[in-house]
Design a protein around this ligand. Structure first.
Ligand code: FCB
Length: 478
């Protein structure tokens, strides 16, 4: 296997190892609803993803997270896989409906006990947990009273954050409030592709704001009881955005697109403001009445790190609005379209592959925000049509090339002066890929969903060697 991995690295066109900075951390990431299963066990309440996936037509093939990777029961095996891989850190998410089933009130001790077992198993192996508090599984009871459209949900989130922190704060040092609030608000409340499946204008923008407010309130709640060594941050999915042509209309379209995919989140969090272009673009939808005095100061609390999820870049041109009347548009209706590049490689998700986009994104962040905190890449990876071969192996050279290229892109950003401290591969194992169901595989470990058999892929062996090399370098450099 080692020989083959070496060949793959050579085949990527650049020989030699990847020179990550000393102390750079390597890890893997997952999320609760995508892997846990056990949706009706031990007092867990329903989440918006249970409701959504059980609604016909929402998820490809009618797949649901009812069983997923059965990680709730097989976590010990999964921790053993991570120990074999040698990761420094594991980014997991806590399911709000498992730990506080109705989204308010008392904790569910059995739910917390699951995360006790998991965190303790990780620490026994010397793997540092990085804990995301919200990776999209809102308790259904909160959605029933408005979900993220409602300001009260931000308060509920901060209380839930404190509850989890009271319980695990003695063992978990790295805390991530939200995963990808763009997805929760825009995919969830504007274009309906994710739970709760709404298609709204002002509601989606209010949701984005209340997610960010919830983040700020949660940061304050965690800091109020800060433990030594604790780090608090947020994970945003960001894209480098360029105009497809130099035509003024395309440039303006790319600016609207950049505003929505990045600035709507990075500006409040990193600079305490909403972009002027957001107010202009959405003037027909909302007067931003959901923004109260003091909110931006809460949202912009200094962070210990920024989590960045990067998958692909975006090239944008102007396109007709789907709805002519600005007052009736959904918040994702921006008069823009993404333009495919001729001949570019696409993943099984149809996402373009461009490692240099990650360098561009990181340098853009550094140049745009003078107070940018250190960065962790909290997700990066690709879907491939992986199959188990006759010999029982899963060979995924395209994933190896993708990971190799993106880690080199991180090194390029570090050399350009961006402080990047670690990288989490998405994902440890194949899992429930939201609206795409189980058909899209992102794992270093293949899951046979019929038997729950775990098979490490070639990329697992490649990543293991990369981690071992990095540990060797750290030791040599002392
Ligand atoms: C991200 C999500 C993650 C996973 C990857 C492929 O947007 O955070 O849960 O689905 O995409």
């Amino acid at each position: 296997m080692a020989q083959r991995v070496f060949e793959l690295t050579e085949a990527s066109g650049r020989s030699g190892g990847i020179e990550l900075p000393r102390g750079f951390e390597l890890g893997v990431a997952t999320a609760s609803y995508q892997i846990e299963g056990a949706v009706d066990e031990a007092g867990r309440g329903p989440s918006i993803w249970d409701t959504f996936s059980h609604t016909s037509g929402r998820v490809v093939g009618g797949d649901t997270g009812d069983v997923a990777c059965d990680h709730y029961h097989r976590y010990a095996q999964d921790v053993a896989l991570m120990a074999d891989l040698g990761v420094d850190s594991y980014r997991l998410s806590v399911a709000w409906p498992r730990t506080q089933p109705l989204g308010r009130g008392a904790a569910n001790p059995q739910g917390l006990a699951f995360y006790d077992r998991l965190v303790d198993a990780l620490l026994e192996q010397g793997i540092a947990p990085a804990l995301t508090l919200y990776h999209w599984d809102l308790p259904q009871a909160l959605e029933d009273v408005g979900g993220w459209r409602s300001r009260d949900t931000a308060q509920r989130f901060a209380e839930y954050a404190a509850l989890v922190h009271d319980h695990l704060g003695d063992r978990v040092q790295r805390w991530i409030t939200l995963n990808e609030p763009w997805c929760s608000s825009i995919l969830g409340y504007a274009n309906g592709r994710h739970a709760p499946g709404a298609k709204e204008g002002e509601g989606a923008l209010a949701a984005a704001h209340h997610l960010l407010l919830g983040h700020g309130l949660a940061v304050a709640a965690l800091r109020a009881d800060a433990r030594e060594g604790q780090q608090v941050g947020i994970t945003l999915n960001l894209q480098p955005v360029t105009a497809a042509t130099t035509a003024a209309a395309d440039i303006e379209a790319s600016e609207r697109s950049l505003m929505q995919s990045n600035l709507l989140f990075t500006d409040p969090v990193l600079a305490g403001r909403y972009p002027e272009l957001a107010r202009q673009t959405y003037a027909g939808l909302t007067d931003f009445g959901f923004l109260h005095d003091g909110d931006l100061a809460t949202i912009a609390a200094p962070l210990d790190f920024l989590g960045v999820n990067y998958y692909f870049p975006s090239r944008v041109r102007e396109a007709p609005y789907r709805q002519a009347d600005p007052a009736l548009r959904t918040a994702d209706d921006l008069g823009t379209a993404d333009v495919p590049q001729p001949g570019e490689e696409l993943t099984a998700m149809g996402w373009p592959v461009e490692p240099a986009g990650l360098t561009r994104l990181l340098v853009w962040l550094r140049d745009t925000y003078p107070t940018l905190p250190p960065i962790y890449i909290t997700e990066n990876g690709r879907a491939c049509d992986d199959v188990v071969d006759a010999g029982g192996r899963v060979d995924d050279p395209d994933r190896v090339r993708y990971l190799d290229g993106h880690l080199r892109a991180v090194v390029d950003a570090v050399e350009a002066g961006v402080e990047v401290r670690g990288y989490y591969c998405w994902s440890l194992m194949d899992n429930f890929e939201w609206a795409e169901g189980y058909g899209k595989r992102f794992g270093l470990v293949h899951i046979d969903y019929a038997t729950q058999r775990r098979t490490p892929k070639t990329s697992f062996a490649w990543f293991r060697r990369l981690i071992a090399d990095q540990h060797g370098r750290n030791e040599r450099d002392g």
